[in-house]
Write a protein that binds this ligand. Sequence first.
Ligand code: ADP
Ligand code: ADP
Length: 221
Amino acid sequence: MLSLRSLAKTYPNGVEALGALNLDILAGEIVAVIGGSGCGKSTLLRLISGLESATRGQVKIHGEQVMAPHPLINLIFQEPRLLPWLTVEQNICFGIRHLDRLEQGRRLRAVLQQVQLQSYEKRLPKELSGGQAQRVAIARALITQPEVLLLDEPFSALDAMTRASLQDHLLEIWRDAGPTIVIVTHDIEEAAALAHRVVVMQPSPGRILEEIDMDLPLPRH
Ligand code: ADP
Ligand code: ADP
């Protein structure tokens, strides 16, 4: 469903963040991308999401080139990046403001249940723990019903207990809705626990060193 062909990115300062990278990702697959700092992992996610444009090469979803932020692709960062003056509910619904209220309410209840934050709707971000705030960020992504979830070290700012519980949440979401997931992590255990395939990257220029298939069945929907 996602196909990256000869994907390359050189920043204006001359840094070759990605060489010519090729990668194919199946629908419903969970791919973990690991590698040291500066090997182009974040750049890769920004290119897939359409937030950043490639210097050369292509990203295609269902055979169509991704040229700008794509409605079926959603990126989650290490920090939740919630709007501090909006409640949990308003933050989550921000991207679906154009839908009618009934539909917004229906989706809101569903995603709050998925991230186990029922009864937190009226809270402000400053009244949440780090793990709760990150669950709100995940709910805000899920409510747009993306086919592809990109996560850039989503749990690395959290303590080990919270991290483990959010990994479980992510797997449950995946079992429910089966999105394709690309998760950048520097935690090898996290990669092994979550992914069907682990992609190991190397810097200067960023490229794939190795792909490791894990022994996990794909979802059947
Ligand atoms: P990673 O996520 O693996 O740490 P990044 O994709 O953030 O790697 O960065 C890859 C390389 O590109 C690094 O050398 C980094 O300094 C550089 N880089 C990243 N973003 C920019 C940018 N906006 N402008 C210039 N250089 C950048
Ligand atoms: P991550 O840890 O997720 O790789 P970074 O801390 O490398 O993220 O980058 C955070 C932000 O800073 C990104 O938006 C990236 O584009 C930008 N950035 C990273 N490296 C550079 C750089 N050398 N020059 C300019 N911007 C950079």
